[in-house]
Ligand binder design. Structure first.
Ligand SMILES: Nc1ncnc2c1ncn2[C@@H]1O[C@H](COP(=O)(O)OP(=O)(O)O)[C@@H](O)[C@H]1O
Ligand SMILES: [Mg+2]
Length: 368
């Protein structure tokens, strides 16, 4: 069942150009919905209408079965977690007071607030020494962690996030994205997350909604948007960047061939079979291993040696491509990092076929 529903919702601030234009949308309970689109397309406006920081001009919004107009705005805001980029924290309150602010205005006793503060810090991977600090004594990443913790304080079912990691450096951002994904899985919250960063949306979203000029162009899983775009803008917006992002999400072991033409160095036995198998694969080489199965190189069917490069099973496909490029090959050997034993080969041609099949198969199902 939808936990938040929009029906033909529009918002006009002034003049006659709507900031949000006739948007209908169902947010399913437990999903991680990313809203993406260029600056000014209406993402923030859409999000703020959920907790009545902004009132729609027309249309209806239902939160947990009740129209937002019938919710007391203050209660509604306490009921829904909200995380934004900058001005999130009160500068004159400590981390502990910031995190439990909502609980204190709800009149919860100090002992409960204390306990909750410690629990929340742990959830966002900060230790108890942070409780007494003020926001100015925190790094950007730590501030956003406290912001997320505060949004969780009243144990809301829904969390709205508006470009929460937009001001962070790339490394901190990726770290917090990873933590948020873990939180989403363990706490089973419904998250609506606004971003203009495609990489972020593809990494986090179980579904992505693409907006442009106040309209919701398409909502779907990352692979649905990538492989069945409903609109030229969606296709262009996801385009190359979206495909590259899928390259990042696959590892060598997910796309490698495991049955290989292999010859043990110094043993002529099995060589004919290896050559035949190599030809079946459309290759002109076979792989050489030592008696322990460790990869030692590759040899052409007609005798010569050839360049190669190796990666580990956990290497991203993006990095695999880089290695192929550097070695001027269309394949790499995948070896076990601890002992060098050959695990497989990533062959560019097979990966393309594999990814296309995988993505098409998943288009009707879950996340890529
Ligand atoms: N308070 C406001 N008054 C007038 N226009 C606004 C107001 N807030 C936003 N807008 C306009 O509404 C449009 C959508 O803004 P916004 O929802 O902030 O977009 P986004 O978050 O996607 O960048 C923009 O054209 C913006 O200028
Ligand atoms: Mg915005």
């Amino acid at each position: 069942m939808a936990i938040v529903s929009f029906r033909e919702v529009s918002k006009i601030y002034q003049g006659d150009t709507p900031a949000v234009n006739q948007v209908s949308l169902d947010v399913e309970e437990g999903e991680f919905l990313c809203l993406i689109g260029p600056s000014g397309c209406g993402k923030t406006t859409l999000l703020k209408m959920v907790n009545r920081l902004i009132e729609p001009t027309s249309g209806t919004i239902v939160v947990e079965g009740r129209e937002v107009r019938k919710w007391d705005p203050i209660r509604l805001r306490r009921h829904i977690g909200y995380v934004i980029q900058q001005i999130g924290l009160f500068p004159h309150l400590t981390v502990e007071e910031n995190m439990t602010y909502v609980l204190s205005i709800m009149g919860r006793p100090l002992s409960e607030r204390r306990r909750k503060a410690r629990e929340l810090l742990e959830v966002v991977s900060l230790d108890a020494s942070y409780l007494r600090r003020f926001p100015r004594e925190l790094s950007g990443g730590e501030r956003q962690r406290v912001g997320v913790a505060r949004a969780l304080a009243s144990d809301p079912k829904i969390i709205l996030m508006d470009e929460p990691f937009g001001a962070l450096d790339q490394i901190t951002k990726e770290q917090l994205q990873g933590e948020l994904l873990r939180l989403h899985r363990s706490l089973r919250k419904t998250i609506v997350f606004v971003t203009h960063d495609l990489q972020e949306a593809m990494k986090l979203g179980t579904r992505i909604g693409v907006m442009r000029k106040g309209r919701m162009l398409q909502i779907g899983t990352p692979s649905e948007l990538l492989f069945t775009p409903a609109d030229p803008f969606v296709e262009e917006f996801l385009g190359t960047g979206g495909l590259l992002q899928t390259f990042r999400m696959f590892t060598a072991q997910e796309v490698m061939l495991r049955d290989l033409p292999v010859v043990v160095v110094g043993q002529s036995e099995g060589k004919d079979r290896a050559i035949q198998y190599s030809r079946d694969l459309g290759w002109d080489f076979f792989l050489l291993v030592d008696k322990e199965g460790r990869f030692v190189g590759a040899e052409r069917v007609d005798g010569g040696s050839l360049p190669y490069s190796t990666v580990f099973p956990s290497t991203s496909f993006e990095e695999v491509l880089r290695r192929m490029f550097l070695a001027s090959t269309s394949w790499v050997a995948v070896v076990d990092p601890s002992n060098g034993v050959l695990q497989g080969v990533v062959d560019f041609r097979f990966v393309c076929a594999h990814l296309q099949g995988y993505c098409l198969e998943k288009t009707s199902g879950k996340k890529l």
